[in-house]
Design a protein around this ligand. Structure first.
Ligand code: FAD
Length: 475
């Protein structure tokens, strides 16, 4: 018999449910397939940097699979619809009897998978799917009324209780089947027809071993400092594991087990738990996506916020995208995103708030732009983050709580170290004025090659409050 593992967002050999199940029978021939769908990726605004990251991860996982005697094939078709027929042909051609895959929870992905199951069933291929990208499956952490939580803190509490009852298992990599593949049997992978952009491989080295090494290092010391460091973008205080988690090069169970190995009381210890709680945010947004599929269609969670009349201002949107708003912390953050494909969490909150609450531009514009740049682009987390910042989501910041971009900068990048790194044009501005450089320029009659603020915060704030209040009155 032949078992096919269909790799998607699970580009690893350790703790991979589908791969593990496919390898359970010693006699089966096991092969693996990845299907690139450039047309679909474009529809989903996938970042060229993420495409590069996936490409590098595929090269790595191909080598790891080959060492286990499993050949990885790459195929390409335009979109998810076409991938159903492609998979059918592939199964016929390779005499596949059983298909193993790990679930993806977004609506297009789920529709595709349902079509695959129907089609292959008709072709006598048995199909088996697994919950794999989460610590606990969607729908397994519910309120007393058997509903999905709409507020994070009680969700997190219930989640931890479930973990205390029993930890999800972390599965080993499969053992070698017959023999490892010879070098000449490893198919050179054909590059997919999607734009790819260079990434900083020092910060984001590709592959499972690099991810595991980073996780180990982070769980030793940095995780204990995380509560005090995580809001300071100039520090390297967070794990920077998001891209690996988003593409499945690393699993959340690996994170949990590593953390508890290093800190056995991690579930109770307040300091250590702070990081684990972020992984639970990741779970929360994925569970929500399954409970409320309209989130995948970019609908706001809070209905009345549909009535907010957003401003259309292509020039200001472009200034925000390019990091030219005249607010140093916002601009430094956007340049970090454009350059690295990654942005610090505190800055994601500040820049998202700026677009929505200072420019009154539709949060979906920001969501789309982030997706088009992020290495760690992930629909659930990105949508969750944007709806949180826009006050349209579940358990979101209330609409009248509006970040002041200048004071946020003063709080979280006091000395301006982060700003100076990303905005070389402000390097000569003294610390005291780094968050309001034009004041210094005016006082000292200096010319700055840096834009004036594109909006006045106080005024913008009033405008946004009025827009939200008008929307609320309509309901
Ligand atoms: P750490 O602080 O080390 O956290 C560990 C892991 O927990 C992260 O790798 C991530 O997988 C998860 N995590 C942390 N914070 C969150 C959160 N608020 N929501 C969901 N998961 C979280 N994260 C993404 O992975 N992809 C996105 O597309 C994304 N878009 C965002 C958009 C906005 C507007 C906001 C406010 C947040 C977004 N986040 C997104 C969440 C968060 O900013 C990143 O996960 C985090 O900055 C990644 O850095 P890290 O790996 O060092 O995180």
């Amino acid at each position: 018999t032949t078992h096919l593992v269909w790799l998607r967002n699970d580009l690893r050999i350790n703790d991979n449910h589908a791969l593990h199940a496919a390898c359970r029978s010693e006699n089966a021939r096991v092969i693996a397939l990845f299907i690139a769908t450039p047309g679909q990726w474009a529809q989903h605004n996938m970042a060229p940097k993420q495409a590069e990251f996936i490409w590098r991860s595929l090269l790595d996982v191909q080598q790891s699979l080959a060492k286990k005697g499993i050949a990885l094939h790459i195929a390409e078709c335009d979109d998810f619809t076409a991938s159903v027929a492609l998979l059918q042909d592939f199964c016929r051609e390779h005499g596949v009897d059983r298909l193993f895959y790990n679930y993806q929870y977004e609506v297009n992905e789920r529709q595709r998978d349902a079509a695959v199951e129907r089609t292959l069933f008709d072709n006598d291929v048995m199909v088996q799917g697994f919950d794999d990208s989460l610590l606990l499956p969607p729908g397994s952490v519910l309120t007393g009324n058997r509903e999905m939580y709409k507020v994070f803190t009680p969700f997190s509490r219930a989640f931890v209780k479930r973990l205390q009852e029993g930890l999800p298992e972390c599965l080993p990599a499969p053992s070698v089947r017959n023999a490892a593949l010879d070098e000449q049997d490893i198919q050179p992978l054909k590059a997919f027809d999607y734009p790819r952009e260079e990434i900083d491989t020092k910060l984001f080295p590709a592959g499972e071993q690099a991810a595991i090494a980073r996780l180990r290092e982070f769980c030793q010391q940095p995780v204990t400092d995380y509560p005090g460091q995580r809001d300071l973008p100039a520090r390297d205080g967070t794990s920077r594991l998001s891209a690996y988690l988003a593409t499945g090069v690393l699993s959340p169970r690996q994170c949990l087990h590593r953390l508890l190995k290093q800190h056995p009381h991690g579930l109770e210890d307040n300091q250590i738990f702070v990081w684990l709680n972020e992984l639970i945010w990741r779970e929360f947004y994925r569970h929500l996506l399954v409970a409320y599929p309209s989130l995948c269609r970019h609908q706001p969670f809070t209905r009345w916020t549909r009535n907010v009349v957003w401003r259309k201002d292509p020039q200001q949107l472009a200034a925000w995208q390019q990091g030219k708003t005249g607010y140093p912390i916002v601009d430094a953050a956007m340049r970090q995103l454009n350059s690295l494909g990654w942005m610090h969490n505190r800055l994601r909150m500040i820049t998202a708030s700026f677009l929505v609450k200072d420019l009154l531009i539709d949060w979906r514009e920001g969501e789309r732009y982030f997706m088009s740049q992020l290495l760690d682009g992930d629909l659930a987390a990105n949508n969750g983050g944007w709806q949180w910042a826009a006050s349209t989501g579940t358990d979101a910041a209330p609409y009248f709580r509006i970040f002041n971009p200048t004071t946020q900068g003063e709080r979280f990048d006091k000395s301006g170290e982060f700003i100076r790194h990303w905005l070389p044009e402000l390097r000569g501005v003294p610390e005291k004025f780094i968050h309001q450089p034009h004041e210094w320029a005016k006082k000292n009659q200096q010319r700055l090659d840096y834009p004036l603020p594109i909006v006045e915060h106080k005024q913008a704030r009033q405008q946004t409050l009025a827009a939200f209040e008008a929307a609320r009155k309509q309901t």
